[in-house]
Design a protein around this ligand. Structure first.
Ligand code: NAD
Length: 473
């Protein structure tokens, strides 16, 4: 456990923890039992204005003059500090998000990796020379944008914090971060480390919900926005950014297709598909929530999948043996429960519905559900549920599976399972999504660009590319 009092953090602006101009705070709840574990300041539009002013001043007077080599050292130092306090981050994330400790550990490790990866890019980003004639050439330079506004959701707070602040800082920008109201504490814990390591004002954190978020997106002195959240919110962000033609990167929702071909290794496909939907309690933009099984392997696959799901341990995230923990909030609980009822009303059959243990505390627990007899027109097959709910459809012709997979307004990820790599790659190339997994279902690698087609977003995070898109030329 930690001895920190999670009720006393302020907003983090200009290297200091301060109260919001509203003087108000909101409670942060533990989804496992609905107890209040801490609170954070209710940031306002005025707090954002002050944070942006500080970020601008710091950019002009300090940070833009810091050499790339020094930025490498700063980010490596942040990574080391997070690593030193990793277990504190892990516990805090499980307390405020609800997820199992093992998943929080992965998240914190990815945050540390993110700082190190982007530290390595800070002094390797450069422009081009373009030959014109013997006596003339053009050259480009990479320049930071200036002030970058970062808005993140609650599903992987430390990793999202690192994924967006680290490349922005590496490229020489200053940052104003607005974390999600469900999980502000992880970002404030991160701010404690930034306070020790970074010059004042380089990163600023304003907690709260729509009011500070919306102000950040419309602020005329923000040069670039990196937003992660719902597609509907992303659309509002883009409209607000349009007023000043602010550059915007959007990482939005997904309804991702997972296609198992007849020659797949069934055991591997079952394991990967299981992780693909149940990891993070299904609260993953990249989750494999639509499963397409070939007729010839349907029964065998479902038998193995259900046997695995029946062994799932449901409980609080703080129990090391827990596989499926509560959802992150009341809002998530209501929404996912509604979709489970809707699936039944729409006529889908229930292949599996997990049983919640009788002795669970009063938290946001939802059983895993696998729906069969699903058709493309059902809302459970079209809308992002963002919970441990899987829809399964059969297909006979691979062509039909591809068509159904692409029959969605989203396009974030997809997966194909086959022993024949030539066929797998051919199917992968036909899927309309930003990231396709072949014979695995992971949420992405640091070195690979991550982002969506269609209503899943624009722009890419991760990969070396993101450092480039944190600068302009
Ligand atoms: P959300 O859109 O409700 O909130 C996201 C953030 O936006 C929060 O910090 C929120 O306070 C802020 N916000 C709310 N209204 C705003 C406004 N009008 N202007 C500016 N900011 C505003 O999303 P959520 O429930 O926190 O997250 C779940 C969603 O995020 C899912 O749709 C999921 O697919 C998506 N997501 C996408 C990715 C990706 O990489 N593509 C990753 C994780 C989550």
């Amino acid at each position: 456990m930690t001895d920190h009092d999670y009720h006393d953090w302020g907003l983090f602006v200009d290297g200091e923890f301060t109260q919001s101009e509203s003087g108000e705070r909101f409670d942060v709840e533990n989804p496992a039992d609905k107890t209040v574990i801490g609170s954070a300041p209710e940031g306002t539009a005025g707090d954002i204005d002050e944070a942006v002013r500080v970020a601008r001043e710091t950019y002009e007077e300090t940070w833009r003059h810091v050499s790339a080599r020094e930025r490498v050292d700063y980010l490596l130092e942040v990574a080391d500090r997070v690593e030193e306090r990793a277990e504190e981050f892990v516990l805090l994330e499980t307390l405020e998000n609800g997820k199992p400790l093992s998943e929080s550990r992965t998240d914190v490790e990815e945050a540390i990796d993110g700082y190190r990866y982007y530290a390595g890019t800070a002094d390797k980003t450069h422009g081009d020379t373009i030959p014109e004639r013997d006596d003339l050439f053009d050259y480009t330079v990479r320049e930071p944008y200036g002030v970058v506004g970062v808005i993140i959701p609650w599903n992987w707070p430390p990793m999202h914090t690192a994924d967006f602040t680290a490349p922005a800082l590496a490229a020489g920008n200053t940052v104003v971060l607005k974390p999600a109201p469900e999980t502000p504490l992880s970002s404030l814990l991160m701010a404690e480390l930034w306070q020790d390591v970074l010059p004042d004002g380089v990163v600023n954190v304003v907690t709260g919900d729509v009011a500070p978020g919306a102000r950040l997106t419309e602020h005329p002195d923000v040069d670039k926005l990196a937003f992660t959240g719902h597609t509907e919110t992303g659309s509002k962000v883009m409209k607000a950014a349009a007023e000043d033609i602010t550059d915007v990167m959007l990482e939005l929702g997904g309804k991702n297709a997972n296609i198992v071909l007849p020659d797949a290794n069934i055991e591997k496909a079952v394991d990967g598909s299981y992780d693909g939907i149940f990891n993070n309690q299904g609260q993953a933009c990249a989750s494999g929530s639509r499963l397409y099984l070939h007729d010839s392997i349907y029964d065998e696959f479902i038998e193995q999948f259900v046997a695995k799901a029946e062994g799932m341990v449901i409980g609080p995230g703080t129990d090391e043996e827990t596989d499926l923990a509560p959802l992150a909030s009341q809002q998530q609980y209501d929404k996912v429960r509604k979709y489970i009822e809707l699936g039944k009303e729409e006529g889908a059959s229930v292949i599996h519905e997990g049983k919640l243990p009788a002795d669970l505390p009063d938290g946001y627990y939802v059983p895993p559900v696998v729906f069969g007899d699903v058709t493309q027109d059902m809302r459970i097959a079209r809308e992002e549920i963002f919970g441990p709910v899987l829809t399964v459809q059969r297909y006979e012709r691979v062509e039909d599976a591809i068509e159904m997979a692409n029959d969605t307004e989203y396009g974030l990820t997809g997966a194909v399972w086959s022993r024949n790599m030539e066929v797998a790659n051919r199917v992968a190339r036909r899927l309309e999504a930003g990231l396709i997994f072949v014979n695995n279902f992971v949420n992405g690698f640091l070195g690979a660009p991550f982002g969506g087609y269609k209503r899943s977003g624009i722009g890419r995070k991760l990969g070396f590319e993101e450092t480039l898109t944190s600068s302009r030329r």
